[in-house]
Unconditional design. Structure first.
Length: 372
């Protein structure tokens, strides 16, 4: 991109806001001038309709790249988890059979329970790591696509993948640090709540339970707003990590500066984007759930009175497969649309506070005498 529009930190020189570059009016859009729109958004302060419309336009124009990266990331994560589950099952199949064959009054032996716990914990850990990596890939790929979408330039799956992969460690660090910082007040509140609960239960009768419930409610009310405030404060950090090649700490500082003065607006638009993605996810999963229930009933209809675990797994495979596919498709929407909105909010804040509009117009090769 021309003139460091790739997009480095700090304020840029160039025309003041008010009119086209070199003329008054760039930003106020008075006198008949309008901001140029070479890509999915106008290169001026964005309204909520511009942000949401830009996110939908990006999905429409760059859907193959975004959903291709998402399918590769989440499909790979799902494959890794399934392989881990298959390996774990083969390792503890005998222990599982012995536990399932126990009568209602028989207790399982420790040598059968411990391997199952270890296997389940191992699969859960593998799944957590796979989800974190695949989600970070989407948090990285979305800004990579937006860098071109804002300027109306084409890109390819391979270009997005290479750029996203190179910035993924920084984005993972940013997301993990943001989550940890936002969770600190909640964890402290729960620690205090558990301490009070233990103290109350150690006393006989009295008003102990009521005090515990009151303290728990007050702790939640006191810490939830702080956690939300921190989450919004650092919500633009993944975009800064990609757009500006920032490390985790630098990206969080940039997010804090950009969010300052516009916290409530960013919260509202982000929540609206999450609600839209949630509704879309629910509507997508409904037909897959119905199909899964139908195939599950067909599969279990032929089971005997005392089926073995392998037969149950085979009978329910259609249901599980349908639910996994539905969850994967829905996850692509949830993991793509909100980050698109967040990325456009990042661009909007830089247009408003750092005069980024003229730089983007130059990078997009917009003629200086652009009019409507």
């Amino acid at each position: 991109m021309a003139q460091d529009a790739g997009w480095g930190g700090g304020a840029y020189g160039g025309a003041p806001y008010g009119g086209p570059p070199g003329q008054p009016g760039w930003g106020g859009w008075g006198g008949g001038w309008m901001p140029p729109k070479p890509g999915v958004i106008p290169l001026g302060p964005l309204r909520i309709g511009d942000v949401l419309g830009g996110a939908f336009a990006t999905l429409g124009r760059y859907g193959k790249q975004l959903f291709g990266v998402g399918a590769a990331a989440y499909g790979g994560a799902l494959a890794v988890v399934l392989v881990a589950a298959a390996v774990a099952y083969s390792a503890v199949a005998d222990h599982l059979d012995r536990i399932l064959s126990l009568g209602s009054y028989e207790d399982p032996r420790a040598e059968d329970v411990v391997p199952l716990v270890v296997a389940f914990g191992s699969v859960a850990l593998v799944g957590l790591i796979a989800v974190v990596i695949s989600t970070a890939m989407m948090y990285t790929a979305v800004p990579v696509v937006l860098q071109e979408a804002v300027l109306g330039r084409p890109t390819t799956f391979s270009a997005v993948w290479r750029r996203a992969w190179s910035r993924m460690p920084a984005v993972i660090g940013t997301v993990v640090l943001t989550w940890l910082i936002a969770m600190v007040p909640v964890v402290l509140a729960w620690a205090c709540f558990l301490a009070v609960m233990v103290a109350a239960l150690s006393t006989d009768g009295g008003s102990g339970p009521a005090v515990v419930l009151l303290i728990g409610a007050l702790g939640t009310l006191a810490t939830a707003p702080l956690a939300i405030w921190l989450w919004v404060k650092f919500s633009l950090a993944p975009s800064a990590a990609v757009f500006e090649n920032q490390g985790p700490i630098g990206a969080m500082r940039r997010s804090s500066r950009l969010v300052r003065g516009d916290w409530w607006r960013i919260l509202g638009i982000t929540m609206l984007a999450g609600a839209i993605a949630g509704v879309a996810s629910y509507l997508i999963q409904m037909p897959f759930s119905l199909l899964g229930l139908f195939t599950g009933m067909l599969g279990t209809a032929n089971l005997g009175d005392d089926p073995n675990p392998a037969a149950v797994v085979v009978a329910m495979s259609g249901y599980v497969l349908s639910m996994l596919v539905g969850q994967l498709v829905a996850q692509l929407i949830v993991a793509t649309f909100p980050p698109l909105v967040t990325g456009l909010l990042y661009v909007d804040r830089r247009i408003r506070t750092e005069n980024l509009g003229p730089v983007l117009a130059e990078a997009a090769a917009v003629p200086p005498q652009y009019t409507t």
